[in-house]
Ligand binder design. Structure first.
Ligand SMILES: [Zn+2]
Length: 213
């Protein structure tokens, strides 16, 4: 289940946000304002690679599936479903930041995915005193997709929605939750890039008050 080739999943500029925003942020621009658009979820193996980076956020069955030595690998169909949800979540993040209403199709896509997360706890027949999570959806990658959509509902319909931000750096398309009052950028890389650009501009052009002085 591992891909030996390099993957942009190992090189994501921002992780550790809500699962929902982490999925959105698997598309990013590498190289700043004149950079290139990168889709870290380029092929099915990238999806499993990305899911493995977020195992702590998913339940035990998915952990077993993805961490095991062998198993069924992600398919193009799985990848398409994740990309569809990602597009809907990017729209939802954008309208949340703008304070506008999302398209009905966006809401429907997120809600349809959220239903895949339906689950419950059962008593574990093998370990007395323990419980084991079960899902309605038998395909565990789709159950995980459901968990991401459920995380999106909790984020965009919860108190943190007002703190969702689009990184204001030119050429950046990442979203984050403003986790503390001084956080302005997705990462310090964007903050530094903007500061350097401002500094360069200041030293290239005379300030308005200095013209003709
Ligand atoms: Zn940024």
């Amino acid at each position: 289940m591992s891909s030996p080739t390099a993957s942009a999943v190992d090189d994501l500029p921002l992780t550790g946000e809500s699962l929902a925003l982490d999925l959105v942020n698997t598309t990013f621009i590498r190289g700043g304002a004149r950079g290139v658009l990168v889709d870290a979820l380029h092929e099915p193996a990238d999806l499993d690679r990305w899911l493995r980076t977020r195992l702590a956020d998913f339940g035990e069955p998915l952990r077993r599936l993805l961490d095991g030595p062998s198993g069924v690998e992600a398919t193009q169909g799985h990848l398409d479903r994740y990309r569809e949800l990602r597009a809907a979540l990017r729209d939802l993040a954008a309208t949340t930041v703008d304070g506008t209403a999302p398209q009905p199709a966006t809401v429907a896509a997120v809600n349809a995915a959220a239903r895949l997360s339906a689950g419950w706890l059962e008593l574990d027949p093998d370990r007395p005193g323990s419980s084991v999570p079960r899902w309605t959806e038998p395909d565990l990658r789709l159950a995980a997709l459901g968990e991401i959509a459920a995380a999106a509902v909790a984020l965009f319909a919860g108190p943190s929605a007002a703190q969702v931000r689009a990184c204001p750096a030119p050429g950046c398309i990442l979203y984050f939750v403003k986790s503390h009052s001084r956080r302005e950028w997705c990462t310090s890389i964007c903050g530094n890039r903007v500061r350097v650009a401002r500094h360069t501009r200041r030293h290239r052009e005379p300030a308005p008050g200095q013209v003709g002085a």
